[in-house]
Design a protein around this ligand. Structure first.
Ligand code: BV8
Ligand code: ZN
Length: 300
């Protein structure tokens, strides 16, 4: 009876990881709420899983919106205020710096290496980190190749506002605080579990057709953004860096295994063990704002 090959444990060697990093040409990073935890944004697990007494996963649905748009807008107003009051952390900046081709070649990667950050986060902190790391001209130049954008916000942005009328579907970036007078100050009610009943006419409206507007995020049951582009990036990736995600929400949670299935390597950066990390090639447990910069060779 041939001895079952002992399951290979993920490596925790930073030098081995950096060897793989330097020999990689098509790199993607897949990020979740853990990337923004150190910035003060609650994650979906643990305490962050609840907004007031409501389970966040059930709140992020179209049904919940049409059932009670006043409550949903107070939920997303709270998250907008939170996101806009927070600052990117060292993990966001590390990924922003790694988005720059000259930085990667400084690290010893091939001149034509490619990198795209695929984030599940809707807080906009990765974009802000990139905008603080380099000039609009540089962002323009690294965004020229549409197949390899520096980042993809696959679940949308909490600061986007989308028209609820399918005929119109107008979507615009609007980080105004508050997004409308009726929501002003409601973020403070959360801790006392008080809920204001706001008439639909006083909720955010589409700036084009004046229909009721909704947050520009992808709700459960809705198709994430740029799926084809993501599938192509996953298909060609030789390294997938997984950062601060419990890998429980699909299709995002399936990408790392797909990269490994075609011979690519997977490196997981997470505070604690998470789904699927057993099969990873590298596992760096701990706060990603500490582990990621050092593994990416960024002096803090
Ligand atoms: C879809 C936006 C059809 C809104 C979000 C297959 C199997 C089972 C179910 C499904 C399946 N396929 C689809 C489904 C259904 C569903 C799904 O996956 N359900 C789950 C619950 C089982 N998926 C969908 O509905 C998706 N749409 O399938 O459409 C389709 C798809 C493709 C093609 C055709 C049709 C849409 C999903 C998107 C929903 N919107 N967000 C909003 O935010 O309000 S999801 C939202 O929840 C986040 O964006 C994120 O994706 C997820 C939360 O997960 P994480 O980000 O990982 O956060 P979490 O708190 O769980 O974990 C944080 C981790 O960080 C922890 O491990 C922690 O230890 C760690 N950590 C904490 N601090 C740190 C840290 N790590 C490092 N450093 C630290 N400092
Ligand atoms: Zn409209």
């Amino acid at each position: 009876m041939p001895k079952a090959s002992k399951a290979r444990k993920p490596s925790t060697s930073i030098s081995d990881f950096q060897k793989v990093l330097k020999s990689s040409k098509n790199i993607i990073a897949l990020a979740g709420a853990g990337l923004s935890a150190a910035s003060g944004i609650p994650t979906f697990r643990g305490t962050g899983g609840l907004w007031r007494k409501f389970d966040v996963i059930s709140m992020a649905t179209e049904d919940a919106f049409y059932e009670n748009p006043s409550r949903l807008w107070q939920f997303y107003h709270y998250r907008r205020e939170k996101a806009n009051a927070c600052k990117p952390n060292l993990a966001h900046y590390a990924l922003a710096e790694f988005s720059l081709p000259y930085f990667r070649s400084q690290l010893g990667l091939a001149k034509d290496s490619k990198f795209t950050l695929i984030t599940q986060n809707v807080d906009g902190l990765s974009k802000r980190a990139l905008e603080e790391t380099c000039t609009p001209e540089v962002i323009q130049s690294i965004s020229e190749d549409p197949a390899h954008p520096p980042m993809i916000e696959m679940h949308g942005r909490v600061n986007d506002v989308k028209c609820s009328s399918p005929k119109c579907g107008h979507i615009e970036f609007n980080p105004a605080s508050p997004i409308c007078p009726a929501l002003d100050g409601t973020e403070a009610f959360v801790d006392e579990d008080i809920e204001k009943t706001i008439a639909e006419d006083d909720l955010p409206r589409c700036s084009k057709c004046k229909a009721l507007a909704r947050p520009g995020v992808v709700w459960f049951g809705e198709v994430p953004y740029d799926l084809e582009k993501i599938d192509d990036l996953v298909e060609e990736a030789d390294l997938c860096i997984v950062v601060g995600t419990s890998s429980t929400v699909y299709p995002a949670a399936g990408y790392a295994a797909e990269v490994q299935a075609h011979g690519g390597k997977v490196a997981v950066f997470n505070l604690e063990r998470s789904a699927g990390d057993k099969k990873a090639n590298f596992l760096f447990l701990g706060p990603c704002e500490e582990t990621l910069p050092s593994c990416l060779g960024i002096e803090s």
